[in-house]
Design a protein around this ligand. Structure first.
Ligand SMILES: [Zn+2]
Length: 483
């Protein structure tokens, strides 16, 4: 069997003040060929899995591009077209193929295209023709278009948020795709639009039950794969919103029925499931009264959602109250890092940090800081892979420890901090910029977790998010989107 593999994507927040250009791809992931042989990047994990499984089965792997960018605003059109056309060029040059497997994100929009994945898969289909099996893996924070469904044979989404099952879902897709090539199954897919905007954390019991439901449904006769596309609400595009996807073996009615059944479960959950969110004042009060180590997630300024990761809405009060044994990060501030690098470890200096990218970043903060430690080309663990942090500095600003860095990324894992030689158990309060991925690594060391809502590019108030291009009513913007 000859298998073509590649990875391409980003998660586009159309409200982000940051364009996604060449530099963001280059510093996150842009490997021309065979990244699965050389890269530990998180976005390459499915390709590593596909290569391992393919080689074990005696298949031939043709590996094209791996390119992902940290979430931000729309991708610059020329950059999207270069990436897309590089992949398609490799596909044309690959010769006869049996199978195409692509790790995409599902929520990528360029300056002129609201549905990059749909466009890409349609073009892939034009190159390979109707007989070659095309399988796609998506992040669950995706928009799923009819266009994509028409041209792909198989679509499998992550089930977990935090995304701890990327390689596992990749292996499932590989198995289904190979069986489809051998004619053992005939995949048929159904898509159901739920007309909902929300964030569902699979670490919360009611959402965990949904994952269990999906896995149980996959045991039913002829049901091959069941996915819940949570959607990515911060995107004013026609396909925004939660959807369900079901793949069956040749039974379209069954696929529709299961997609509807799962959709009904998710809809029924909406009144009972609400994440516990605190505003800035409530967060500060909770920190002051807490025992043990409190982890606060600054979800409104999450780089993983396209935000700048330099807002100071929580840092300012943390410094003003002289919070004891507090740790804050990752604050994206390349200019301040540069100043610290010039001064060197051990230096004490006046420093202006954060609050730079846009009004949604708040005010910059002036501190007298000591440079405790500098790390060049730091990385943070994300699942079984790594994400670049760039150069990073641990500062002591009047007792509050702050990590600033040069490559914008969310605080996925405690090693964003502990690589500086510090222990989280030394802190009473850890404020980090992440919406949920932090949970996998921080929950075991936290005595409690607070989700804090400030102003920001990734603020979770979906009732007021302007989405004129959604083209249909969406809950919770309306009580009943089907009325
Ligand atoms: Zn995601």
């Amino acid at each position: 069997m000859r298998i073509f593999i590649a990875a391409l994507g980003t998660e586009t927040n159309t409200f982000s003040p940051l364009p996604t250009g060449r530099k963001t791809f280059e510093e996150t992931l842009w490997v021309r060929r065979d990244a699965s042989l050389s890269s530990d990047n998180y976005f390459v994990l499915p390709l590593v899995e596909w290569r391992r499984l393919a080689e074990a089965a005696g298949d031939e792997v043709i590996e094209s591009l791996s390119a992902f960018a940290q979430p931000a605003g729309r991708t610059v059109q020329a950059v999207w077209e270069e990436l897309r056309d590089t992949l398609l060029g490799d596909l044309r040059a690959a010769g006869p193929l049996d199978l195409v497997l692509l790790n995409l994100h599902g929520a990528m929009a360029s300056e002129q295209c609201d549905d990059c994945e749909g466009e890409l898969i349609e073009m892939v289909r034009q190159v390979v023709g109707p007989e070659v099996v095309v399988g796609v893996e998506f992040d669950l924070h995706c928009h799923i278009s009819e266009r994509l469904m028409r041209h792909a044979d198989l679509l499998v989404l992550y089930k977990e948020y935090p995304h701890t099952d990327v390689a596992e879902r990749g292996a499932e897709l590989f198995d289904l795709a190979r069986r489809a090539v051998r004619g053992e199954i005939k995949p048929v897919m159904a898509l159901r639009d739920l007309r909902m905007l929300d964030v569902w954390r699979t670490s919360d019991a009611p959402v965990r039950a949904l994952v269990d439901w999906m896995q149980a449904a996959e045991q039913r006769d002829k049901v091959l794969s069941v996915s819940f596309g949570h959607g990515f609400p911060w995107a004013d595009v026609p396909d925004v919103g939660a959807k369900t996807v079901v793949v069956t073996d040749g039974d379209a009615d069954l696929a529709e029925a299961v997609a509807q059944e799962l959709g009904d479960c998710i809809w029924a959950l909406r009144e009972t499931y609400a994440a516990n969110l605190l505003d800035v004042a409530e967060t500060m009060a909770a920190i002051a009264g807490g025992n043990g180590c409190t982890v606060v997630a600054d979800i409104s300024d999450n780089a993983g959602c396209g935000a700048a990761s330099d807002s100071t809405f929580l840092l300012e009060p943390l410094l003003a109250t002289k919070a004891e044994r507090a740790l804050f990060g990752l604050l994206w501030d390349p200019a301040a890092v540069r100043v610290c690098e010039e001064a060197g470890e051990g230096a004490t200096l006046r420093l202006r940090i954060g609050g730079k990218v846009s009004a949604m970043s708040g005010r910059p903060v002036d501190v007298e800081a000591r440079v405790l430690k500098l790390i060049h080309d730091a990385k943070v663990t994300y699942g079984d892979g790594k994400m670049p942090m760039g150069d990073a500095v641990l500062l002591d600003a009047g007792g509050v420890h702050i990590v600033i860095n040069t490559i914008r990324t969310q605080t996925f894992n405690p090693d964003a901090f502990t690589q500086f030689g510090i222990a989280l158990s030394d802190y009473r309060t850890v404020v980090l910029k992440s919406a949920q991925h932090f949970h996998a690594g921080f929950a075991p060391v936290a005595d409690r977790i607070i989700y804090a809502v400030a102003e920001g590019t990734s603020s979770p108030d979906f009732r007021t998010l302007p989405l004129p291009h959604a083209g249909r009513p969406l809950w919770p913007q309306v009580a009943d989107p089907w009325a």
